[in-house]
Design a binder for this molecule. Sequence first.
Ligand code: 3HC
Length: 286
Amino acid sequence: MSSFGKVGVIGGGLMGSGIVEVLARAGADVVNVEVSAEAAEAARGRVSHSLRRAVSRGKLEQSDADAVLERIRFVDSLDDLADRDLVVEAASEDEETKLELFRRVGALLDSDEAILASNTSSIPIVKLGAVSGRPDRVMGVHFFNPAPVMKLVELIPSLTTSEQTLERVRGWVSEELGKQPIDATDRAGFIVNSLLVPYLLSAIRMYEAGYASAADIDRGMVLGCGHPMGPLALSDLIGLDTLKAIGESMYEEFKEPLYSPPPLLDRMVDAGLLGQKTGHGFYPYD
Ligand code: 3HC
């Protein structure tokens, strides 16, 4: 049983469903909230698919996968979060959406001790805390995609987060989730995206300029630098809409041209070519 026995996750998309799986596999009772019953079913499908993959690779017993799924409720109402000890928000990377969620969920949590965390990669944590009514119990907890595989979690206290909140979450992440936390400051992009996003956007600019093919740009970084995947394939994995939103938030904060999404990225998002999740980005997917 986790020290946060009852946890909630808002959003069951790519990141949200991965986080749900991580928390349920760590033994927590999880409520996953989506915007509609249909979206909640889709989230269940994503978690089930991922668990099936773990079973088929011999990483998990079928009975354990069944027990993990039984610990998760997929719902479409934020009210189901009222009794949670910790809620991780993993909604789309949009400031207004997140502010509204923190306003509503901050007010409906029963326990004064309950903590609200955001998986945002670029939206100021301090703003989310300010509208929540519990600014000392709000912080950033940033997972990486695919969440069940990637070991890193960035911890981001804001100016108003209490030391006690930070240390409770740090213990939970490292001892119960088995992840490795690093500490970052509440600035758009934190540590990893501050370095990763300009690199990915530079690769898109290189491709846009006709400098090299997508395959050769990616092969260059895989074979030349030992990266597990090239920057265009990684952009497809992250989701081009998410990458664009993160770049925009970072550009908004620092006015650094390298963070500004190139026109090709804008056009691909407008066209619905969002990467793996829509079956087409820089590459086609089944
Ligand atoms: N969900 C769950 N598990 C997955 C998975 C997924 N989507 N994709 C792969 N896996 C698992 C496989 O089951 C396998 O597990 P096993 O070793 O226990 O059997 C393991 O990962 C390796 O998978 P594969 O053999 O199929 O494929 P690869 O060896 O090519 O690894 C990868 C796939 C793990 C995605 C690897 O290519 C990789 O590490 N890529 C880089 C990912 C990365 O950089 N992520 C960070 C993105 S930035 C971010 O998330 C921040 C955000 O704010 C934008």
